[in-house]
Every structure is written in structure tokens, then in C-alpha cells.
Design a protein around this ligand. Structure first.
Ligand code: HEM
Length: 566
């Protein structure tokens, strides 16, 4: 007779007898599959130009101990050496850099290659499955829901917010008069304030200490993610968890998610209370469809940016013809809650939170870098600054009145300056995708195999002499209509292009115009640092490691007669 202990031992022996061979089999199949996949990658990769590789590490040694500022230079040097397609191995990962607009179009214009690369995962604890990183059906349905919330009518309703916050930052900068300071700190603060209001409906008046903590937490989170991008050891989750950054991240995310959750809960409650009283906010449909005769003149007056980006007409261009002007202002969050509550869209509170957090990140760091670069460039190029100011003087005279939407349409030279700054210093200097299918690109019909990470080198594309005469010279006339009309559309992609292009493009241009116009109407800016001395940092967002150093002095509101605005 066998005892219970013996029976248990026999059962566990039998289990092990089945389990271990199965485990061995599964592991062997997996290793074989990976080996086959890698061999396939290698087979295609061998045909692509790129630096020599060492076993196991590939080309990882090239970036070892390199500072972020050195990575920009390294990237540019390899581009010079190998051309518009450069193959690199980081361990087992095949990475292909593309800088020919024809190749880039194949990737960005596709509805298939929409998956983001591995590096975007650092955002996941913060942004979850928000628009920036999600993919497949989830991304498609959310994009369809969010793109209309950036309709020009909604953006027009934000003009007042852009003005008020721009005025606030002008006042905040006053103590810096005469000193050299880092203007990015101020641009970062004002862009977060603007987003708190336009994304979540939190105004300076309604903002309590949690609003301020949130803004600080957003800025610090960006910093942690940047560190993870370029400090190789922080890229490994296990090591990151052991670092002090992880603890800090946990605290910051508590603040960020705590506020977004709280605001969503309160807004939803208010919405339901109002609904029970019969007070229902206008729907997105109503805000974006009703024509308003008062504004029909503006409807035909398109901005320069709309011409520049018309080559890749995307879901942001729908229906803008039906302009209605400034109506009731609703933050993105209100619009999303409304459409989820009235059944137009199927989106949970958690998903709304992810999208609001995504907009807070994408909308803040990019515009902060964009506006800081413009101000520094104008500090260097005084002639150009004078032309910008003269144009503003023509619009506003010596008055202190806020800008209207109609004024922004007249800021044609300022717009060219912004576009040129985004060309030379694109806030998002590279975009990365993971290929799920083989793709044949235009250059030599190379095939990039499924599994490759494709990096689109926006920074390098924007400085290609084939498309820009004298590409390293800051020249806003690169965006005169005669110079843009025949240029390859994918030779200018600061907002990416195609189905995954930046959903906030029009918001960004409008905000930048009002913010920069307000600063320049109040201050003359100068930079003692020349463009050659800018130390660029390769990051998710392009920055300067030497800081955006600038000096300001109060503006005498008189035009400079010598310059003519084109
Ligand atoms: C100068 C300012 C800006 C620049 C240069 C910029 C650039 C970009 C680029 C290049 C992408 C594609 C990223 C990728 O594929 O990895 C992107 C995506 C995105 N941007 Fe912007 N952006 C700016 C401002 C904004 C603003 C103000 C908002 C919102 C208020 C915003 C929201 C987004 C979102 C949600 C996405 C993800 C879109 C998707 O994947 O469907 N951006 N942006």
C-alpha cells in the first residue's frame, strides 16, 4: 500500500517528467524562431550600408560613453559617410536610419507601418496607451475621436487663453531684464499653464497648489524620460528600478495621475449634475459644424503653414472650411467626456486620462523647445528680429491689445520665422517605428525586413542641400510660397506626416504665434551665443545642453524704418 506522501511524490515526478521536456521543447522552438528571425534580419541587413559590426554587441560600442551632444554629431558624420540609408546593430536590434524624403514617405505615408519603436515604452507608466504610443484599432479609434477636438473652431476659442498666459510670462520675465538667463524655463512654465487650461480646463484662478505641483511634476517627468533615453544603463527596467530615478518617478506619477483622475472625476460629476438639470454643453459636432457668417472672411484666409503642410492633407484638414469663430470654450477633457457621455464615442475614464496625459506631454515640451529656439535665433539674427517686430507694429501699432485670430493670419513673416526655426531645430529631431512587415524603399529598392526599427532623421532631412539652398543658414525666405511650392513634401516634416502626424500641429502654430508676438512686442531679445556655439542635445525633444541663454530689454514700440516686411 502506498502512502499519501509517496503518491504525491509520484505525481510530482510525473509532472516534472512532462513539464521539463515541454519547457525544453518550447524554449528550443523559441530560440530557433528567434535565430531564424535574426538570420533573416542579417540577410537583408548585409545589403545595407553601415559601419562594421562586432559579434554580439553590433555597433553598440559606437555610442558607449558618448554624451547626448556628441550623438548629434556622430549621427551627422555617419550620414555623411554612408548616405541616406544607414544600417546599425544595437546588439540584436537592427536599426535603419532614413534621411531621403522618398524613403521616408514610404514609411510615414503608410497605414501599415504605424507601430512605435521600443524606446517609446519609457512613456508607458505615464501615458499608458495614449495616442502617442498606442497602435492598431485602439489608436485608430482614438485618433478619430481626438483629431476633431483640434478643429480650428476649437483652437480659435483658445486664443484668449494663449494671450492671457503670454502676458503672464512677459510679467514673470521682467526681473530678468539686463541679465543673461535660460528662456526655456519660462517657455516651459507658460506652455504647461496653457495646457492645464486648454486640456483640462484648469485656469490660474481655479488652480490650487495641486495645479502647480502637477506642472512641476510634468516637467520633472520629461527630464527622467530624457535621462532614460541617453543613459544606457537606465534603459533596462531592472536597473532603472534600482536607481533613485524610479522612486522619484513613482512620486511624480502619483501627483500627475492623482490630479488627472481628480479632475476627470469632478468634471464628470459636474457634467452629470448639469445634465440632470437639463444643462448640456454644446457637442463637438455643434462646435465644429455650424457656419458663422461673421467669420466667413477669415475662412478663406488660410495661413502659410496650411499651404506648407497641404501635401500631406490629413485628418486635421477636414471641414475647416466651416469656420465659426470664438464660441463657448471647452477644454479637450470636456470634449472627450461629453462625447463619451452622449454615446458618440466609446472611451473609458481611464482612457480619457491617458489621452489627457499624452496631450499634456506632447503639447508642452515641443512648444517650449520650439519657442525657445525661435527667441534665441532672433537674438542672434537681429535684422530678422527687426522685420518680425515691424510686422507686429503694422498689426498692433504701439497698443497693448491682445492678439485676435485675425491678427495671427497677418503674422506672415513671423510664421516664416517659426517654420524656418522648426526646420533647422525640429523639436522632435527623430521619429522611430517598428516594422511589422517587410518594406521596399525607394533608395536602390532596398528591402527593410519586418522587425527592423526605422529611424526617420528629421534633423538631417531638413538640412539637405538638395531641398534647401544653403541649408545651415537661418533664412525664413525658405518658406516664401515660390520656394515651398515645388519642394518634396517629405523634405519638411517637423510634425511628422501621414496618418500618425502630430494632431496638435495647428494648435502649436497658433500658440507659438501669439506667445512669440506677445514676448516680442514687449522685449527686444539678444543672444551673446552664436548659432555655431549652440550645443544640441540628441533627445526625444531637441534641446541645448548649454541652455537657451538670452538677454531681454524693454521694447521701444516704434518701427525700424530701414527694413521692409515682405
Ligand atoms: C512645435 C510643436 C510640436 C511639434 C514639433 C510636434 C511634433 C510631433 C511629431 C513629430 C509627432 C510624431 C511623433 C512620432 O511619430 O513619434 C507628434 C505627435 C503628436 N503630437 Fe505633436 N508636436 C508639437 C506640438 C503638439 C501639441 C501642441 C500637441 C497637443 C496639444 C501635440 C500632440 C501630439 C499628439 C497627441 C501626437 C501623437 C499623434 C498620433 O500618434 O496619432 N503636439 N508631434
Amino acid at each position: 500500500m502506498t502512502t499519501l506522501v509517496e503518491e504525491t511524490e509520484v505525481t510530482s515526478y510525473n509532472t516534472r517528467l512532462i513539464f521539463y521536456p515541454l519547457l525544453f521543447l518550447a524554449s528550443s522552438i523559441w530560440i530557433l524562431y528567434r535565430w531564424q528571425q535574426r538570420s533573416r534580419l542579417r540577410e537583408f541587413a548585409e545589403k545595407l550600408p553601415g559601419p562594421a559590426v562586432v559579434p554580439f554587441l553590433g555597433n553598440a560600442l559606437l555610442v558607449l560613453r558618448k554624451r547626448p551632444s556628441e550623438l548629434v554629431q556622430l549621427g551627422l558624420e555617419y550620414g555623411e559617410k554612408f548616405g541616406n540609408v544607414v544600417r546599425v546593430w544595437l546588439g540584436n536590434n537592427l536599426i535603419v536610419f532614413l534621411t531621403d524624403p522618398n524613403d521616408v514617405e514610404v514609411i510615414l505615408n503608410s497605414q501599415v507601418h504605424i507601430d512605435k519603436a521600443y524606446e517609446y515604452k519609457f512613456f508607458k507608466p505615464w501615458l499608458g496607451e495614449g495616442l502617442l504610443i498606442s497602435t492598431g484599432d485602439k489608436w485608430r479609434s482614438h485618433r478619430k475621436m481626438i483629431a476633431p477636438t483640434f478643429h480650428i473652431n476649437i483652437l480659435k476659442s483658445f486664443v484668449g487663453v494663449f494671450n492671457q498666459n503670454s502676458k503672464n510670462v512677459v510679467e514673470k520675465m521682467r526681473p530678468e531684464i539686463g541679465k543673461e538667463f535660460d528662456v526655456h524655463d519660462y517657455m516651459s512654465g507658460v506652455t504647461v499653464d496653457i495646457l492645464l487650461e486648454t486640456a483640462m480646463g484648469i485656469t490660474r484662478q481655479t488652480q490650487d497648489a495641486s495645479g502647480f505641483d502637477y506642472a512641476m511634476a510634468v516637467m520633472k517627468m520629461c527630464d527622467i524620460i530624457h535621462q532614460r533615453q541617453y543613459k544606457l544603463w537606465l534603459r533596462f527596467d531592472a536597473l532603472f528600478r534600482l536607481s533613485p530615478f524610479f522612486k522619484q518617478q513613482t512620486k511624480l506619477l502619483d501627483i500627475i495621475h492623482g490630479l488627472t483622475n481628480k479632475v476627470i472625476k469632478n468634471k464628470k460629476q459636474t457634467y452629470l449634475e448639469n445634465k440632470s438639470k437639463g444643462v448640456i454643453p454644446p457637442t463637438l459636432e455643434e462646435l465644429t459644424r455650424t457656419p458663422d457668417t461673421n467669420d466667413s472672411v477669415l475662412a478663406n484666409d488660410k495661413t502659410l503653414a496650411e499651404d506648407v503642410f497641404k501635401g500631406y492633407r490629413d485628418d486635421l484638414d477636414f471641414n475647416d472650411e466651416n469656420d465659426i469663430g470664438e464660441k463657448k470654450r471647452l477644454a479637450f477633457l470636456d470634449l472627450m467626456l461629453e462625447s463619451s457621455q452622449n454615446g458618440t464615442n466609446n472611451i473609458s475614464d481611464h482612457e480619457i486620462k491617458e489621452e489627457v496625459d499624452t496631450i499634456m506631454f506632447e503639447g508642452h515640451d515641443t512648444t517650449a523647445a520650439g519657442s525657445s529656439f525661435v527667441l534665441c535665433l532672433l537674438g542672434v539674427h537681429k535684422e530678422i528680429q527687426q522685420r518680425v517686430y515691424n510686422e507686429l507694429y503694422e498689426i498692433f501699432g504701439d497698443s497693448d491689445r491682445p492678439a485676435t485670430f485675425a491678427d495671427t493670419l497677418k503674422m506672415k513673416y513671423l510664421e516664416r520665422v517659426i517654420l524656418e526655426s522648426l526646420r533647422m531645430y525640429p523639436p522632435v529631431p527623430i521619429i522611430a517605428r517598428k516594422l511589422n512587415r517587410d518594406v521596399t524603399i525607394a533608395t536602390k529598392n532596398y528591402v527593410l525586413p519586418a522587425g527592423t526599427t526605422v529611424v526617420v532623421g528629421t534633423f538631417k532631412i531638413h538640412r539637405n542641400p538638395e531641398y534647401y539652398k544653403d541649408p545651415n543658414t537661418f533664412n525664413p525666405d525658405n518658406f516664401l510660397p515660390e520656394n515651398t511650392s515645388n519642394r518634396h513634401y517629405y523634405s519638411y516634416i517637423p510634425f511628422s506626416a501621414g496618418p500618425r502626424s502630430c494632431v496638435g500641429r495647428k494648435y502649436a502654430i497658433l500658440e507659438l504665434k501669439i506667445l512669440l508676438a506677445t514676448v516680442l512686442r514687449n522685449y527686444k531679445v539678444t543672444s551673446d551665443v552664436t548659432e555655431e556655439q549652440f550645443k544640441l542635445q540628441a533627445d526625444i525633444i531637441l534641446k541645448r545642453t548649454d541652455g537657451f541663454r538670452l538677454k531681454i530689454e524693454p521694447r521701444q514700440r516704434v518701427p525700424t524704418p530701414t527694413t521692409v516686411v515682405a
